[in-house]
Design a protein around this ligand. Sequence first.
Ligand SMILES: *[C@@H]1O[C@H](CO)[C@@H](O)[C@H](O)[C@H]1NC(C)=O
Ligand SMILES: *[C@@H]1O[C@H](CO)[C@@H](O)[C@H](O)[C@H]1NC(C)=O
Ligand SMILES: *[C@@H]1O[C@H](CO)[C@@H](O)[C@H](O)[C@H]1NC(C)=O
Length: 210
Amino acid sequence: MWRIFLILLVPEASFSRPRCGGTYTTARGIIQTPGFPNKFTVPIHCEWIIEAQHVSNRSSIIVYLTQLFVFEGLTFKEYQIYDKSYQLNGREIHAVTENNISRVSYLQTYQDYLVITLKLDAIESTHLRVLDHLLDVYGFNITYEISSSAPRTDRCTMFLCGYTGSCYDHYTRFSCECFPGYSGRWCSEGEKSLCAAHGSPACKNGATCT
Ligand SMILES: *[C@@H]1O[C@H](CO)[C@@H](O)[C@H](O)[C@H]1NC(C)=O
Ligand SMILES: *[C@@H]1O[C@H](CO)[C@@H](O)[C@H](O)[C@H]1NC(C)=O
Ligand SMILES: *[C@@H]1O[C@H](CO)[C@@H](O)[C@H](O)[C@H]1NC(C)=O
């Protein structure tokens, strides 16, 4: 009786819960919402901690907002010291909003810790559907780098890629990888990409962009 009960429970507990948050100590990495680009379960409360201490040649932590579709409940805080029992000099450096999501392409802190928090009760503000399912995504997939170099200048964002391509960080360079039918450095050539030129390529609530 008990044995059957356990067999049914264990796989569910250990495999179906996607990764949410964690501690990152390597010089670079990718931070993404569980199951990106798919929908995740809400309410959600994740905390990603980037810790620069173990990287020897460093002056700052830089986060590149390459694929970002969340415009609520996402904050970036720097700390001089951050652990469970003790936190020193915490300061919020960015909170993503509908107004600044397209304007900010990277964040930088000279402190040793950057803590990214996602706290949401509903999925609506994490979803973007563009041009009738050309792009249908939830959450974010962003990269970070701990180094002594200045922020790389060829960076992209989904906004800069016109939402007709995905912005990828290849670590030595960035690029917009255009969806079929779109081309150009910023994927601005192609059917309907004029919408990008008008500055509002994203269609909310199932509307089409004409
Ligand atoms: C640290 O990084 C800088 C800039 O990338 C480089 O010029 C310097 O040689 C590096 N120092 C060490 C000890 O690796
Ligand atoms: C984005 O807007 C929010 C709310 O106005 C603000 O708290 C945050 O600092 C802004 N981020 C930047 C980088 O300006
Ligand atoms: C997440 O971002 C990284 C770096 O830009 C990229 O290589 C990877 O393909 C992305 N993953 C998805 C599912 O888009």
